[in-house]
Design a protein around this ligand. Structure first.
Ligand code: ADP
Ligand code: MG
Length: 697
């Protein structure tokens, strides 16, 4: 590997490159747009485009593409060569400001949730200059937002950018009201920890379920799972290590600060975390990270699985979304300092987050919902489906003091004595960690731990930004009007803490007692994706999204439709894949096995010897009756799929059919097949088993 300092960001049109290649005035104008949100001058775009093109051509690029994030949840790109033919039969390389700023992909095939009929195919991409352009393969990629002819957002980036502006605006009002005169902008920061599985490509290729759905739809529990906890933070195998090394290098070239890598809890599971950055860039980078993870794996004859639950019976994958608010003059608004009880500003922001999470728990829940995550949330490996906040001992204590009339002291951690004189005495954090909380305060940020591993983090973040902006706007309204800001702050803190402490829970989120306790407290427990989607169109949620200009009612209705359709399609594909595998692979294998058994019984009988044949006959009887059950359950599932597929009209009702009928029946079919797997000769079983997939590298 070459020098890390040299390769980091080498494929990015970043600040250093811009400073070097742009005329001073252009650079300054562009920076004003990036940093202060000033509108972009079209003349500037021409100059930037030309510099970008020269830079990209020097690095071997031939094409450019507007890179965007439609509602499929993955990224989209359409490549155009830089060439422009000349009269003498040659070509010159061109790239104008117009091409940089605006693109017009024929967008008819992207999900729009009814926002746009297919005959009205126009969609536009608009340059997001706050996220740097980069080079991928032979193309200059320009991060863009994607919207319809009428200006409605058709992507993940647009609401995210809108929400960042909303939060900045409201947070600034609060800061000003508290007497801050130096801050000009508040930025939300995010560091997403990405979990993933790596398996051997040869085995992957033999599993239709992995190929079509990203998860195993069949598979008996292997003798060994994760019970020994020997994989977590374990020493990394050479083949995986070589993969991780190349992955890191590819990410560094893209300016992605891949920082931490380790083995995760489940066998074959790993994690990568970057250093946090601005939400917008973190979101783009996370999309690129997922893309690169998959691509680099193939180079090593490996496959990277990003599905939330590729394997039953062992942990699935999530994405911890570490989130905070920072200022342009370097403050972290969620930094409590050594004496948080005196840190009024911190307490205002903290209690605003608490109120926002309590009042809009349903929006946060839907932001972390997808079909894959339904296998995790509430399943004792991921946080429960109930949204609650972990604050830890120190802050909990301060909240109690606030409730009882005012905070006067902060508990400290002190020192930890390990009991060996040669080991250093370690300063102890004021608070322990909590693994079971969906929304945990971790020192100077919140960690939203519910997010699905395969999904964009745009959704969770625009929801967080918007709901916090809403509460901050209420705080600002009160502080701006207050005669005495200090006593108003005290009143706000006391009110927010008293009213919203129900969402704070520092105990074991995996326990049954918590489910009962949460119900008593009136906290929503939304168990499935389908049910969670309703939150997108509730009056209260439409109001908050519209008020802050993040999504309009029409846009939310379109997202409601898209989410339901996505659910329906996903389960439909899974069910059809199950049927195909069960019918054409498992059943024939079982019949073959049974036939072999029968033949063996006959052959032995033909010898005329008085041999005990009970093993063979019992096995044959058991396998044959399970085969009959398999056949029956295939038919039952086929019927359910047909019924659900034909239930047009109300998308919500159709999604319910897929969840509560089709999905349930898939489980029954799987149980029968998995039992058969434990009985049938491994040599005739038509696909690699869990043991093969998870312990082969
Ligand atoms: P852990 O696994 O202990 O939660 P990691 O180091 O794996 O911790 O991940 C923590 C993530 O939080 C990193 O991506 C880190 O950059 C990020 N982070 C740290 N400070 C902030 C902050 N102020 N805002 C957003 N993210 C942050
Ligand atoms: Mg974490």
């Amino acid at each position: 590997m070459s020098n890390l300092g040299q390769i980091f960001g080498s494929n990015v049109f970043n600040d250093a490159v811009m400073r070097e290649r742009l005329p001073k005035a252009t650079y300054k104008a562009l920076k004003k747009t990036i940093e202060e949100g000033r509108p972009l001058d079209p003349a500037v775009a021409d100059v930037v485009a030309s510099a970008m093109k020269d830079w990209a051509l020097e690095l071997g690029a031939t094409h450019f593409t507007h890179w965007f994030q439609p509602m499929t949840g993955i990224t989209a790109e359409k490549h155009d060569a830089f060439i422009s033919p000349t009269a003498d039969g040659k070509a010159i390389m061109e790239f104008s400001g117009k091409e940089l700023i605006k693109g017009e992909p024929d967008a008819s095939s992207f999900p729009s949730g009814g926002l746009r009929a297919t005959f009205e195919a126009r969609g536009y991409t608009a340059w997001d200059c706050t996220s740097p352009a980069f080079l991928k393969d032979d193309s200059l990629c320009i991060p863009t937002a994607f919207c319809s002819y009428t200006g409605e957002a058709l992507d993940k980036k647009t609401p995210l950018l809108r929400s960042m502006e909303a939060l900045s605006k409201q947070a600034l009002r609060v800061l000003k009201a508290l007497g801050n005169t130096t801050t000009n902008k508040v930025i939300t920061t995010v560091g997403p920890e990405q979990e993933y599985f790596i398996i051997d490509k040869k085995l992957y290729d033999q599993r239709k379920d992995l190929i079509f759905t990203g998860r195993t739809l069949f598979g008996a529990k292997p003798p060994k799972g994760q019970e020994l906890e020997d994989h977590y933070f374990g020493s990394i195998k050479e083949r995986i290590s070589a993969y991780m090394k190349e992955l890191d290098e590819e990410l560094w070239k893209l300016g992605i600060s891949a920082k931490t890598k380790h083995n995760e809890v489940a066998p074959a599971q790993h994690e990568l975390a970057p250093i946090f950055s601005t939400t917008n860039i973190a979101t783009d980078h996370n999309q690129l990270t997922m893309d690169t993870m998959k691509k680099v794996a193939l180079r090593h004859d490996l496959v990277c699985l990003l599905h939330e639950k590729p394997f039953a019976g062992i942990n699935g994958s999530g994405k911890h979304n570490n989130w905070s608010m920072g200022t342009d003059d370097g403050m972290n608004l969620l930094e409590p300092g050594h004496t948080p009880h005196e840190n009024e500003q911190f307490l205002v922001f903290l209690s605003s987050v608490i109120k926002a999470v309590d009042e809009y728990a349903d929006l946060l829940r839907v932001s972390a919902a997808n079909p894959g995550n339904d296998h995790r949330l509430g399943a004792n490996e991921a946080p429960p489906a109930i949204i609650s906040i972990f604050l830890g001992e120190q802050l909990q204590d301060i909240l109690e003091q606030i409730e009882n009339g005012g905070a006067t002291r902060s508990k400290t951690g002190g020192h930890m004595e390990i009991g060996v004189t040669t080991l250093p005495s370690l300063p102890k954090d004021a608070t322990d960690r909590n693994r079971t909380s969906p929304f945990a305060f971790t020192g100077n940020k919140f960690e939203f731990r519910m997010c699905p591993s395969s999904a964009s983090i745009a959704g969770p973040n625009f929801v967080l930004n918007t709901i916090v902006a809403e509460v901050l706007s209420e705080v600002a309204d009160r502080l701006e009007k207050a005669k005495d800001v200090n006593s108003e702050v005290k009143a706000i803190l006391a009110e927010y803490v008293t009213k919203h402490k129900r969402v704070v829970f520092n105990g074991n989120g995996y326990s049954d007692e918590w489910v009962a306790e949460a119900e008593k407290r009136g906290l929503p427990n939304i168990k499935t994706t389908v049910e969670s989607i309703k939150a997108l169109i509730s009056e209260k949620n439409i109001a908050v999204m519209e008020k802050h200009g993040v999504l309009s009612k029409v846009e939310l209705e379109s997202r409601y439709e898209i989410s339901l359709e996505n659910y329906i399609k996903t389960i439909n594909i899974e069910a059809l894949t199950m049927i195909e595998i069960a019918k054409r692979q498992i059943l024939p294998a079982v019949i073959k096995f049974a036939t072999n058994l029968a033949a063996s019984i006959n052959t032995i009988k033909a010898t005329g010897l008085a041999v005990d044949l009970t093993v063979q006959t019992e096995l044959l009887t058991e396998v044959s009756s399970l085969a009959a059950a398999l056949k029956k359950n295939i038919a039952v599932l086929e019927d359910a799929v047909e019924k659900a597929s034909n239930a047009h009209g109300d998308t919500y009702k159709q999604a319910e059919l897929f969840r509560f009928d089709v999905f349930e029946k898939m489980g029954t079919l799987r149980d029968v097949a998995d039992t058969l797997e434990t009985l049938v000769d491994k040599d005739v079983w038509p696909m690699p088993t869990y043991g093969d997939l998870l312990f082969n590298i």
